[in-house]
Write a protein that binds this ligand. Sequence first.
Ligand code: MG
Ligand code: MG
Length: 260
Amino acid sequence: MMSARGRFGKGGIPRRSANELREMRAAGRVVAEMHAAIRSAARPGVTTAALDRVGRDVLERRGADSNFFGYHGFPGVICASVNDEVIHGIPGSRVLADGDLLSIDCGAIVNGWHGDAAFTMGIGSISPEAQRLIDTADAALAAAIREMRPRRHLGDVGAAVEAVVTAAGYGNPRHYCGHGIGRAMHEDPDVENRGKPGRGHELLAGMVLAIEPMLLGGGSDDVFELDDGWTIATADGSLAAHVEHTVLVGPNGPEILTQL
Ligand code: MG
Ligand code: MG
């Protein structure tokens, strides 16, 4: 789930204790298991509702709660956004087809602590352009994660995303962003996908952020909301990718919490 930009004030970023991080790692692990199960279930002929069921099954098996279901009334435990849909697609009767680009975003709560992550994958065989979009999204996220070190700044994280997206010629929507995460899915601060190196909050060991680049294949930054009141799609109908990890600033470098 993305946060709408400007939602938060100037609050600091809490540094989590060892016990709190243990809970956040457990929540992140459940999210990673949801990703793995959904990845292997996603193929031509499968509905996005069926993938939501796969996510639910993992949550139930692990005794975890969903932070997506019921969020402002959201009806699924996953967001499933296909092709020109960027984020917040509602899982339902849509049948995935060969060549589709699928973005899945989901989260979990364990003992009150949250994890949140997203990935984009091809369904069946996809075009080279679609593959380049996925690869660039993954590269943008990886570049941002590399900045999650003590003494770096929030602006370094955003600048890292922006540099990769801009160099590839893709659009970078302005009104959605990553976020702090902990006892709530969306906490201070906003984690924007653009920024100035060395600016913004200083990062210190124990801080946890959800970083989530969105890339628009047509090169325009413009998106719009569909009539369902949730789905955000590219204005020009081009393909979109959305990837996300919940990441800890460790004493010696980044630790991805939503990865097995
Ligand atoms: Mg998310
Ligand atoms: Mg998020």
